[in-house]
Structures are given as structure tokens and as C-alpha cells.
Design a protein around this ligand. Sequence first.
Ligand SMILES: [Zn+2]
Length: 286
Amino acid sequence: MRIAGVLLAAFCALRGVSASAEPQQTCPSDGLGVARVVEIDMSGGPWFGAPLGDRELLVPGEVVLTFDDGPMPRSTRPILAALAAQCTRATFFMVGEMAAEHADVVREVAEQGHTIGTHTWSHLNLKRLPDDKMKLQIEAAFTAVEKAAGAPIAPFFRYPYLSSSDATVAYLQSRNIAQFAIDIDSFDWRSRNAPSVIHRVMSTLEQRGRGIILLHDIFPSTATAVPALLKALKAKGYKVVHLRPAAPAQTLAGIDPPAKEVTHGGHMRRVRIHARSGSPSKWLTW
Ligand SMILES: [Zn+2]
């Protein structure tokens, strides 16, 4: 991983693409804000998050907020409002077909200065796909989300189920697309309960001290949790780091969405994955 530059951002003084991109509200003096904006060079497709990411990306007490699987209007919009109320920024890993269906929400995410990456076209397990379908899942997502956003997006990618293979890694590296894992799992997909989400994040953070936090903006329970979670992070002295790309994602010409896969089972299937670190396999769901 190469960090092209680290920009110190004044509390609640971030500048987006344009002045109109800033949320139209006053930031509270006790808001969470953004402590640092880190601009990242994605050359070579670096990893972020455990186990392969550079742990020194964040110093103790720093977190990165990430949301997967959306956008979903009923839950993404309240989350955007909560983030705006605290003048803080997150990264959204969007599913291509969701972005195509809810382009208006994608634009809102972009206009409010958040970073937008992708999470495949239809949330398939890439490790189980032949190379041509694997690549189309990736490329169709970038094309669809960029179109929906109406602006360039980040070359940031998170694997559904955190399931990668040598082929997927090699392909994303060749495309200079950053590969995101996680450090702190909210387990919001499992609990579907706001207090549980907050407890899980805060207790895991207490143990690990820093990290990339995984949430899902498709759940109303997560939307309910986020305002209190942001306040809890602030109360405990955690600082939010906003990751930005040094250059936007380069989409390919002539990419059409994949045909509907009969194997698509939604977002919550349990799959058996093998950690790339060589540690024993374990059950995970994303
Ligand atoms: Zn997912």
C-alpha cells in the first residue's frame, strides 16, 4: 500500500467536490467530525483491513466507517442524515444492481462527500465463478455505480462474504483497485438489533483499539443504531478517518450488466471461506 498523501482536515471543515456538496446544516461543536482524510494511491490493488492490510494505516483510536450492500432508500437515507448531523464521512461499498435501482440515493451519498466503492453487481461469491463472470461482476458494478453517482467513484472494492481467490486478487491488482477487508464486524446482519450493533462495535474496538468498521446500510436496525453509535464513538474519544482515492476508478467501455444468476441467494447466505492468512477456515457472513 502506498499512501500518496495525508491531509489533515480541520474539524467539521471538509471540502467536497464543490461547495454545494456539503450537507446544508451546521455542525455541532461536539460532533464526531473527521480527524484525518487519507488519500490513497491504489496502484497494485493494495489490501485494507485484516489480515493483509497495513495495520499502521490507522493509529490507536482511529476508525474508518464503512457500509455495505446498499443503497436502500429507507435505511441509507437515515444513515446519511446521522453522518451529516455529526459532520463525519464514511465509505459505501455499493451493489451494482442496487445502485442502478436507487440512483437517486447514490447521488445523495456522492453529493454529501462520502467515498463510494463497489461490492459486485449482484453480491455473488466471486470465488465460485469462472473468470469471465467474476470479472463482469466487478466491472458491471463499477460501471453501474459510477453511472448512478453521475460522477467518478473510488477504485475501492469489498468482496461479498470477504471471499477472494488468487484469480480475483490478481485481477483487482491488475486493475489497480483497492481490496477491502474489515477489522471490526458489527454483526448487524445477524443481530438486526440496534443496541447489539452498538455494543458489538464498541466492545470489539475496546479490544483492538482501532480499525475499519463494517456495517450494512440495508437494515433499518443499523440505521437506528448509527446515530447512537456515532455519539458513543465520540464519547470514547475515537477519531474518524476518511479514506479518499488519489485517482478515480477507471471503468471499461462496453460493459453490460450480467444476466440474472439463478444462484443469487440474496445478501445473507452463510458461506464457508478460508482466510487468506492460512488460518483455519471459519464461518462468516457478509
Ligand atoms: Zn455484502
